[in-house]
Write a protein that binds this ligand. Structure first.
Ligand code: BT5
Length: 239
């Protein structure tokens, strides 16, 4: 397992993007403090300063990973994280596309950023933030409901052990993912996607759509029954 441990960085995704050509595939770059963590669509990822996980995985197309499967790596990682959390006796669920929650509270966020050169994709900075040790008094400072492993389990978490579990689980199902993309984890994803079968609202580029979530396609898109039509969404957020 190849890791790089930084004391402090603006964003582990930035670090991977800046050093991409010197980093090996599957290097796990993590930092103790992250001063400018990013979420999707220019949102922020908060460092509550309580020994949490800020990690970016270097993804290169070396194992034959096809470009068309890159967008699903965030969903793949959400499944892997759920498996790790379940091994610690937690019951996580996935909120499409890749938020991981416990009892409706966000415990982790995932952000993938492509690295391109000459118009060609070279790989991915696959970032994940997990609230490992944030106490309740700091969780309530986050603008949306949030939780941490410490808050749920009442026990301090060791970052290095957690990273090892993440790494092992990430590698375990990766060959199948390379072979058939999201389809390889679709059942594992849907089992944890508690929104399926429910009436939901989604925001797609600031347009709200409402309907019943029917399921997820083999490509990771959301099937939403709106009135008499079933529509397929590749991007968006469940509200
Ligand atoms: C995400 O974005 O959830 C992706 C977050 C990815 C963070 C990792 S950390 C390592 C790597 N380096 C980076 O710079 N980023 C990645 P999104 O779905 O847009 O959600 C962002 C929203 O989550 C914010 O607007 C808040 O409402 C909420 N949030 C922010 N910090 C949080 C935290 N620590 N715990 C729970 N929710 C949080």
């Amino acid at each position: 397992m190849k890791t790089i441990h930084l004391d402090k960085v603006d964003s582990t995704n930035n670090y991977v993007k800046q050093h991409f050509h010197d980093l090996e595939n599957f290097t796990f770059v993590y930092a103790d403090r992250q001063t400018d963590g990013r979420g999707r669509l220019a949102r922020k990822w908060t460092d509550t300063g309580d020994d949490n996980l800020f990690l970016t995985i270097v993804i290169k197309p070396e194992n034959g990973l096809k470009e068309m499967y890159y967008p699903n790596l965030t969903q793949y990682l959400s499944v892997i994280l759920c498996k790790v959390l379940e091994s610690l006796n937690l019951t996580p669920n996935i909120k499409w596309p890749n938020d991981v929650q416990i009892n409706g509270k966000k415990i982790a966020g995932i952000l993938a950023e492509g690295i391109t050169a000459g118009g060609k994709i070279q790989g991915l900075a696959l970032g994940i933030g997990v609230n490992l040790n944030t106490p309740e008094e700091n969780l309530i400072k986050i603008d949306k409901p949030a939780t941490s492993l410490f808050n749920e389990l009442g026990v301090k978490q060791n970052k290095e052990i957690f990273i090892k579990m993440l790494y092992e689980n990430f590698c375990l199902l990766y060959d199948e993912f390379v072979y058939e993309g999201f389809k390889s984890v679709k059942d594992l994803y849907q089992k944890r996607a508690t929104f399926i079968g429910k009436q939901i609202k989604i925001n797609v580029l600031d347009v709200i759509h409402e309907g019943i979530a029917l399921g997820i396609t083999d490509k990771g898109a959301l099937l939403l029954k709106e009135h008499n039509n079933t529509n397929t969404y590749c991007i968006g957020d469940i509200l």
